[in-house]
Design a protein around this ligand. Structure first.
Ligand code: AMP
Ligand code: MG
Length: 349
């Protein structure tokens, strides 16, 4: 398959290309497109064959359900049942935006899209290119992140090309995404609203709207033997190809420890990398020292994390260490992704 590339920005949407992309989707084909979180790999959410193609293109296990992207709140009623009031409350607070809600699904949504679950994940993205595409498609695009399964989610179209060229009909290049981490997922089907995946919309932000919210046990305790309620959360995601460990502790101790490990690894012929911040980047000696952002603006770290993980691969790093970003707010999402990338390996000093 030859992949078509269309370049546009949110301010200058190429209407012809969007129309062509809409036709591709209606016919059961796949289109990668930008959203405000990461790039998505889109197919018709109501066509089981499209969902099967998404799993095949990504190399994703088919028990890992897809998020359905909408562009009109009222379309929810077509794909969901028993919609609680909190759904509309949260929609008003955070949509269009980086939040996904889980509801009971209607018969219109095929089991292939929901990985066999009786529930459906719904998101209303704010990116204008995504919005135009969903409209052109007819209203329901199933879209996981546009990476091959196990790789970091793509924050620029070039990463979609690396993973999906020749596997999808079209890739829409809309530049670098704004947030850089996937949406927060909140389940509204089972008692108290429960965060299944932390993201840009933080626990604190949800609680301002709803009072108390729960957090899936497996996020708080990543070594828990319980099964996460979001099936995708059980997989080792976002992984760079080399070995990554997180080092937690006082700043100077962390730097000294990492530098000694790096020196030993380099003697053994490894290519080394460090993830740190603007505040600490001068403390490290490694082949690739990468500042992910500044601790005074943690969103900057969220924005750069997947990019840094991809760069380690591009530079063939084999042994990597990261500072820890333990904390509240967006740090919960950063650590969740970093812990997966590190296969849960943490050294506490
Ligand atoms: P991605 O599309 O790559 O951002 O991943 C989507 C995430 O949403 C995965 O972790 C899925 O397991 C999760 N998800 C999608 N649908 C559901 C659902 N109905 N119930 C729980 N989690 C879901
Ligand atoms: Mg993903």
């Amino acid at each position: 398959m030859i992949t078509e590339y269309a370049v546009m920005t949110e301010d200058h949407i190429d209407e012809d290309a969007i129309r062509r992309a809409g036709e591709i989707l209606k016919k059961g084909g796949l289109v990668a497109f930008p959203t405000e979180t990461v790039y998505g790999l889109g197919g018709d959410a109501l066509n089981p064959e499209s969902s099967k193609k998404i799993y095949a293109a990504k190399g994703r296990p088919s028990d890992n359900p897809l998020i359905v992207h909408i562009c009109r709140l009222e379309d929810t009623e077509k794909i969901a049942r028993e919609i609680p009031d909190v759904y509309y409350k949260l929609a008003e607070a955070f949509w269009p935006g980086p939040m996904t809600m889980i509801l009971n699904k209607s018969d219109l949504v095929p089991n292939e899209t929901t990985g066999g679950l009786g529930t459906v994940a719904i998101r209303f993205p704010s990116n204008k290119i995504a919005h135009a595409l969903i409209e052109a498609e007819g209203g329901f695009i199933a879209a996981p992140s546009a990476n091959r399964s196990g790789r970091p989610s793509p924050t620029v179209a070039q990463y979609c090309r690396e993973d999906l060229d020749g596997r999808v009909e079209m890739i829409i290049d809309g530049g670098q995404v704004g947030i850089g981490l996937e949406s927060s997922i909140i389940d509204l089907t089972d008692g108290a609203p429960t965060i299944l995946r932390p993201g840009y919309i933080t626990k604190e932000m949800f609680e301002k709207v709803l009072g108390h919210v729960e957090v899936d046990h497996t996020i708080i305790d990543p070594k828990s033997h319980q099964v996460p309620k979001a099936p995708g959360m059980k997989y080792r995601h976002y992984a760079p190809k080399g070995d990554l460990k997180i080092v937690e502790g006082p700043r100077d101790k962390v730097a000294a420890y990492i530098n000694s490990q790096v020196a030993a690894a380099e003697t053994a012929g490894e290519k080394t990398g460090v993830i740190c911040t603007e505040e600490t980047k001068n403390l490290y000696h490694a082949d690739c020292v990468k500042s992910a952002g500044t601790r005074t603006d943690e969103e900057s770290i969220a924005h750069e994390l997947f990019h840094v993980l991809r760069e380690f691969d591009d530079e063939n790093c084999t042994v990597m260490f990261s500072e820890s970003f333990e904390g509240t707010g967006i740090c919960m999402a950063i650590m969740n992704r970093l812990m997966k990338a590190a296969g849960q390996q943490v050294i506490r000093l």
